[in-house]
Ligand binder design. Structure first.
Ligand code: NAD
Length: 260
């Protein structure tokens, strides 16, 4: 058990990668707070963890809404006395060429990924500093924190931006023992990716099988998707890492699609 006595808030944890991280953190002994748009979906995810013997709670949190972020963290701190780990994971995808992209869609994507990361980071850092026991902040970046792809201008911009935020948090948080790192996965078959396979096929005028083979997995070393378990294992490692030696970094988990 690598996370005994730790408390973790994970955004977007009702689905996909965030859900796997919450499940794995609980298996490693952490108390996990599922923060997602729908309270019902968060409570269902928390109930699954509780049924398996873990400790979980849920809060309704739109990460772009300052009041909801503050209220969600306050609820968790009241229940469990602090926040040891934040996983800023909530995200959306919008597939569009730059010239056709609506300004509203650009702003909507950046709000979830960048404003959401800022608001949850600020709340987590305040709680961590007050509790005086340090902490770990983990951002869900992407290979798109390092590489570009067509049709994903706001996503690539946002994911690159998280690298900068993580580096500032590493510097400002160090004195309080707060570490900050970015996980950069390749393609993982979650609802976010399932939705974009037909969208990319339409935009690129190719079949869905070709989107998988020639767009998503073409540059990997073995033609394999990264899994939610791969990402969750790395998140446990970063959450449990005991010192500031590993901070301000990004770690790519992508079957070799991108090599740093
Ligand atoms: P997903 O769609 O399965 O889950 C995303 C979750 O975020 C959902 O539960 C959704 O309700 C929640 N969410 C969306 N907007 C929100 C908001 N404003 N406030 C709170 N919650 C919100 O997607 P996923 O694939 O698990 O993606 C999780 C993260 O991983 C995202 O940041 C994504 O960019 C990143 N990522 C995914 C992949 C991939 O291939 N799936 C690869 C690299 C990075």
């Amino acid at each position: 058990m690598q996370l005994t006595n730790k408390t973790a808030l994970i955004t977007g944890a009702a689905s996909g990668i965030g859900n796997e991280i919450a499940t794995e953190f609980a298996r490693e002994g952490a108390k996990v707070c599922i923060a997602d748009l729908s309270l019902a979906a968060g409570e269902a995810a928390a109930a699954k963890i509780t049924q398996a013997g873990g400790t979980a709670m849920a809060v309704a949190m739109n990460v772009t809404d300052e009041a909801q972020v503050e209220a969600g963290f306050a609820k968790m701190v009241k229940a469990w006395g602090g926040v040891d780990v934040l996983v800023s994971n909530a995200g959306i995808q919008i597939i569009s060429s730059l010239v056709e992209l609506k300004f509203a869609d650009w702003k909507r994507l950046l709000a979830v990924h960048v404003d959401g990361a800022f608001l949850t980071t600020r709340a987590a850092m305040r709680a961590m500093i007050a509790a005086k026991r340090g902490g770990s902040i983990i951002y869900m970046g992407s290979v798109h924190s390092h590489e570009a792809s067509p049709l994903k201008a706001p996503y690539v911009t946002a994911k690159h931006g998280l690298l900068g935020l993580a580096k500032v948090v590493a510097k400002e948080g160090a004195a309080a023992g707060i570490r900050s790192n970015v996980i950069c996965p390749g393609f993982v078959r979650t609802p976010l990716v399932e939705k974009q396979i037909p969208e990319q096929a339409k935009e690129l005028h190719i079949s869905e099988a070709d989107v998988v083979r020639n767009v998503m997995l073409k540059e990997t070393v073995d033609g394999e998707f990264t899994t939610t378990q791969d990402v969750a294992g790395l998140a446990v490692f970063l959450a449990a890492f005991p010192t500031n030696a590993l901070t301000g970094q990004s770690i790519v988990v992508s079957h070799g699609w991108y090599m740093q």
